[in-house]
Design a protein around this ligand. Structure first.
Ligand SMILES: Cc1cc2nc3c(=O)[nH]c(=O)nc-3n(C[C@H](O)[C@H](O)[C@H](O)COP(=O)(O)OP(=O)(O)OC[C@H]3O[C@@H](n4cnc5c(N)ncnc54)[C@H](O)[C@@H]3O)c2cc1C
Length: 432
């Protein structure tokens, strides 16, 4: 049995701690804030409640596997339900497309946008089927060895093609390029620096759908937090890890604001640039910056919108419906990126979604507020070209005894990938 210290209590840290405890290790989780969950928590104000970060997840199998492998199956605690209408894209020329998952509905939706566009879209998505298999086998579901990759995986990861180039080559219609690039643009990346293989997200969304939890995705974080005690994990909240203590070339402890915690195994589930012993290995990474976020509480019903409405332009605005609200009220969240020289609700009103007359309460979170609150960006590492994939740590790191999970580690940000990062760490550490 190893003494494991997990640094960071976001989804990545929680999932790692629970998996390793279930494998028989003695696990301590260190979390700087007073509650665990990181971005997977709720923001509340005036009787309203909103998901602070994620509101839906792709790849529900990742969450189901985590619950099954660490205690009661998910369906015994929470209902993960598919979103019928995942997203509506509204373009500056006044046209729009409404996306559900599934090939046939997407074909129809794009054909309504323009004759022949349906076929172009589904062919583009289908072109990622083989990449998905290669990634799944060599990178997502089994710990990779960056210096010894299977040929097909190396060819994919080392390809010079960027997503911007691929989309330009594939689509004459700029609107399709915007839809295909959206998941990466929404996470703060410039598509000219994003490898083409990351377009695989569209394939994953079409094939496996987008899923949420009734009452908010933060309930998932709360269920995992409650599971810590069941699995015997010691959770030290309001305790900040300041470094990994390395002796004779191996991690032996985690230095924290409450003193040193001895460890045989350390899992870094925060931005490793924050821990000096690891910082030297990630000097060439930069964080992907969160959007401006405004949680809004309204008198009366919210406008009838898809779960997510993307208003393309500069600024790009994203409205996410859902949240807890007092009787007769409703809740939603707005994200903004780009030129936000006026109040975000005023910018939104220009798109004929005027929430101001119904406004009862709002909570504003700048990108900086979020990074300070979570001790780093929950959106992980910024794509700076194809080399970025090898600049992230995880599941192993160059420091023996230290592993990396979470948005800053392999295979990246977003709940499904963060969930996979914890499974990869557990596979590397192995049972007690
Ligand atoms: C606005 C927004 C919307 C998003 N929407 C979605 C979505 O809809 N779907 C989706 O899949 N993903 C979404 N994401 C991404 C997703 O939330 C993250 O990728 C994921 O939650 C990251 O989990 P994490 O554990 O790596 O990091 P975090 O959630 O950031 O957790 C890190 C934790 O570590 C703690 N910590 C930091 N430093 C230290 C330290 N030195 N010592 C101790 N503790 C420390 C922090 O307090 C925090 O609790 C969104 C992110 C944002 C910001």
């Amino acid at each position: 049995m190893a003494r494991v210290v997990v640094v960071g209590g976001g989804f990545g840290g929680l999932a790692s701690a629970l998996r390793l405890a279930k494998l028989g290790h003695e696990v301590t989780l260190v979390e700087r804030s007073t509650e665990v969950g990181g971005a997977l928590t709720e923001v509340s104000e005036d009787g309203f409640g909103w998901d602070a970060g994620p509101t839906y997840t792709l790849l529900p199998a990742v969450v189901r596997d985590l619950f099954r492998k660490t205690g009661r199956p998910l369906e015994r605690e929470l209902e993960l339900k598919p979103l019928d209408l995942v997203r509506e894209h509204r373009f500056e020329d006044g046209t729009s497309v409404r996306l559900t998952s599934g090939r046939a509905p997407q074909l129809r939706a794009f054909d309504e946008l323009g004759s022949g566009l349906g076929r172009r879209w589904v062919d583009h998505v289908a072109s990622y089927a083989d990449d998905w298999d290669v990634l799944r086998r060599g990178y997502l579901e089994n710990p990779w060895r960056p210096d010894d990759l299977p040929r097909e995986l190396a060819a994919l990861l080392d390809s010079r093609e960027t997503l911007a180039k691929r989309l330009k080559r594939t689509f004459k219609d700029e609107r399709l390029r915007m839809v295909a690039g959206h998941p990466l643009v929404a996470e703060g990346h410039d598509l000219r620096n994003v490898p083409a293989w990351l377009g695989v997200t569209a394939y994953v969304e079409q094939r496996f759908g987008a899923w949420t939890v009734e009452g908010g995705l933060a309930r998932l974080g709360a269920a995992l937090a409650a599971r810590l005690a069941t699995r015997g994990v010691t959770a030290l909240t309001a305790t900040e890890a300041t470094d990994v203590v390395v002796r004779d070339g191996r991690a032996v402890a985690v230095a924290t604001t409450a003193g040193d915690l001895d460890a045989d195994v350390v899992v870094c589930a925060v931005d490793p640039r924050r821990l000096p012993a690891l910082a030297a290995y990630v000097v060439r990474t930069m964080p992907a910056i969160p959007p401006v976020v405004v949680h809004v509480g309204l008198e009366g019903p919210a406008p009838d919108l898809a779960h997510e409405v993307v208003l393309h332009g500069d600024p790009m605005l994203v409205v996410r419906t859902g949240g807890r609200a007092p009787e007769g009220c409703s809740a939603l969240t707005v994200h903004g990126r780009g030129r936000l020289s006026e109040d975000i609700l005023r910018a939104l009103a220009r798109h004929r979604i005027d929430l101001r007359p119904q406004l009862r309460t709002r909570v504003d979170r700048s990108p900086r507020d979020q990074v300070e609150r979570w001790g780093g960006s929950p959106l992980g590492v910024l794509w700076q070209g194809r080399a970025t994939v090898r600049r992230r740590l995880g599941p192993t790191t160059p420091v023996p005894g230290v592993y990396a999970a979470g948005a800053h580690a392999t295979p990246g940000a977003g709940l499904p990938f963060v969930g996979l990062s914890a499974a990869l760490v557990a596979a590397e550490v192995g049972p007690a």
